[in-house]
Ligand binder design. Sequence first.
Ligand SMILES: [Fe+2]
Length: 260
Amino acid sequence: MNVDLAKKSYSSAKTLSENIEQRLKAHLDGADWRSQIPARRNQLTREGYVRVSDLLPEDLKEEVRAEARSIADAAERRIDVRIAETSNTQRKLGSVNMRDIREHGAIIPLLYDSKQLRRGLNDVTCHKVLDCDWENERMTMTRQTQPGDTHGWHWGDYQYALIFIVDHPPIECGGMLQCVPHTTWNKEQPDIFRILTENPIATYYHEGGDIYFFRTDTTLHRTYPLEEECTRIILNFTYDGPDGAERERTHETQSVIYDW
Ligand SMILES: [Fe+2]
């Protein structure tokens, strides 16, 4: 469902919000979701990553994917920069910021604040998943389309990210997620390439419609550069948790990618 259709289908944001909450509650109360929680909690602790593609019911997920594509069409801006605080790794991609997601989206902004969605994440972490206190970073999107497009090696400023894979090319085209869990970001001396030689790198392939949740502050990660012209679109929800809530932070990398 595109944004206009979504707005027409519901008489008010409140009605749309209630609709989302009802559908999510019914889904997350189900035995299929609940039976997976212990194994997912363990994987998140072990790998800093867990796939949760069934966090949304299929019909709601398709509405989110359609809306995300229309937002990217309306608001994407290309960047090609290197970030000093992450050992000069590259960001070469199209980005969409929070303001444009709010302006062009209907379902997605409500989903970030959804109590039921947060309940699902709390299930997985076994603690409260909190709002990101820097509003610009709560929701962002990237669209990669060109050979060499990459979101280069980096850590997050907040404890968690929930990533919706809107569209993803075949594995031969690149675009996979690579992670080095249980690592920490020293912004004055990031030493990323040394860390890569001293720790195992896990590589995850996703298909369109997959969703994953991961510990971005202690998981060095990147997207493998695209090998050819193809399309990879993701929607990023940033959240905090108890470990990040007291931390002092700066926002160098996000400011370069999403501030305009
Ligand atoms: Fe990231």
